[in-house]
Design a protein around this ligand. Structure first.
Ligand SMILES: *Cc1c(COP(=O)(O)O)cnc(C)c1O
Length: 416
């Protein structure tokens, strides 16, 4: 007896997944991991040497021997793993000390550690918002903030990127809503520009909304003591009641924190499920992060060097616009080069991939960022600079970019 053709319903899991994966290929959205050896930005990969310009290790601390020492000491004193959630018996003195230091550093009453920034953001939303509440996002906010909103079941709205006035207009329409949370990245992860926190705070106070800032890319980098976007804009801690920072970027370790009032932190401990139902961050990592905070405070020359590199890169990259590679108005270590005209809206993902592989041939590693991570038509190289780079590294990058752009030029000239 012949079997009837398989219907959609009895396809195997692998069949279903294979066709979804094929679709990703067709759309030039398929992503792969590369296995690295060694410490960035100078990696070995596939038996070759690479100079990377795509990590978020802005201060070059991830490979600092003093952090490795702190990690080893932390592991000896507190164990490599927390062993339990914070509310059971996984909250060690290493965590408590780091939370106290983070509170002091941010000027907030208290801080609470999470295992990652993704979890911290899920935790904040799940604790603060519920059905019927509104989360009003900058259009370019990080994915974890959107996911947190969905997890909380809150209503998601977006305002135009960097546009506090538009934010205010949305808030005005929500005047009768119970709770409204306005959320913005401090430094935007894919564009490198910075939110105007005072303008957002003003709209929030006018419309009785709360302000949350995710400063994953600002901490350690901006501000006189590396205190982040809020510090660099001279804004009082109370103006940003919910402040999120991560430890895996400039601080060179892993994990994240939320800083704010005593009431906020207590509420997160009680109500944030992504905090309650997970093993505590490694206490050894918490211990190492204390060393990292010392370095951020005591070695401002790292930031000075980093911003020297940012200026050098920008000055050297201006001429790339002749080849359809455009700098964005960023003054942070995130220096995206958008491929082609940003106004065309065409699919430039292929051009971004070509440029990235041309750079690879020169031993330079910089990942192409494509939709859906960035809006359609704005595929880019997300170039990031680090204090671990030197001036010669940046010059080598610029030379390779000019060289590759010239060679690919005719193929990817921006349409006129
Ligand atoms: C990286 C990032 C996160 C996630 O932090 P992890 O610690 O890597 O999970 C959250 N928000 C923003 C804006 C980020 O850039």
């Amino acid at each position: 007896m012949r079997k009837s053709p398989r219907s959609h319903h009895d396809s195997t899991l692998d069949d279903v997944l294979a066709s979804r994966l094929a679709r990703q290929h067709e759309r030039h959205r398929y992503r792969r991991r590369r296995t690295t050896v060694g410490i960035g930005p100078r990696f070995q990969r596939e038996g070759c040497e690479w100079l990377a310009f795509c990590s978020n290790d802005y201060l070059g601390l991830a490979g600092d021997p003093r952090l490795a020492e702190g990690l080893a000491e932390g592991a000896r004193r507190f164990g490599t793993g927390g062993g339990a959630s914070h509310l059971v018996c996984g909250h060690s003195e290493a965590h408590a000390r780091l939370e106290a230091r983070l509170a002091e550093w941010t000027g907030c009453q208290r801080a609470l550690l999470f295992s990652s920034g993704y979890q911290a953001n899920l935790g904040v939303f799940s604790a603060l918002l519920g059905r019927g509440d509104y989360a009003l996002h900058d259009r370019f906010n990080h994915a974890s903030l959107l996911d947190g909103t969905r997890l909380a079941g809150a209503r998601l709205m977006r305002f135009a990127h960097g546009d506090a006035k538009d934010c205010g207009q949305h808030l005005a329409m929500l005047d009768s809503a119970r709770h409204k949370l306005v959320i913005s990245d401090g430094v935007f992860s894919m564009d490198g520009d910075v939110a105007d926190l005072a303008a957002l705070a003003e709209q929030c106070s006018r419309h009785r909304a709360w302000l949350m800032v995710d400063d994953a890319h600002g901490f350690g980098v901006l501000g006189a003591n590396g205190g982040g976007t809020r510090q660099s804009q001279g804004i009082d801690p109370a103006v940003v009641p919910v402040l999120v920072g991560t430890l895996g970027k400039a601080l060179g370790t892993q994990g994240a924190f939320v800083a704010g009032s005593d009431a906020l932190i207590e509420a997160l401990i009680q109500f944030a499920r992504p905090y309650v139902y997970t093993t505590s961050l490694s206490p050894a990592l918490a211990w190492a992060t204390l060393t990292s905070l010392d370095i951020v405070r005591d070695e401002p020359e790292r930031r000075d060097h980093l911003f020297t590199l940012v200026e050098r890169f920008r000055n050297g990259a201006v001429g790339l616009s002749a080849f359809g590679l455009h700098l964005m108005p960023s003054r942070t270590p995130i220096q995206p080069l958008v491929i082609g005209s940003t106004r065309e809206g065409g699919d430039n993902a292929v051009a971004a991939l070509k440029l990235a592989s041309a750079l690879e041939a020169a031993g330079i590693w910089c990942t192409a960022i494509r939709p859906p991570t960035v809006p359609a038509g704005t595929a880019r190289l997300r170039i990031t600079l680090s204090a671990a780079h030197d001036v010669a590294d940046v010059d080598r990058l610029l030379e390779a970019l000019h060289d590759c752009a010239r060679r690919l030029g005719s193929a990817q000239e921006s349409p006129t």
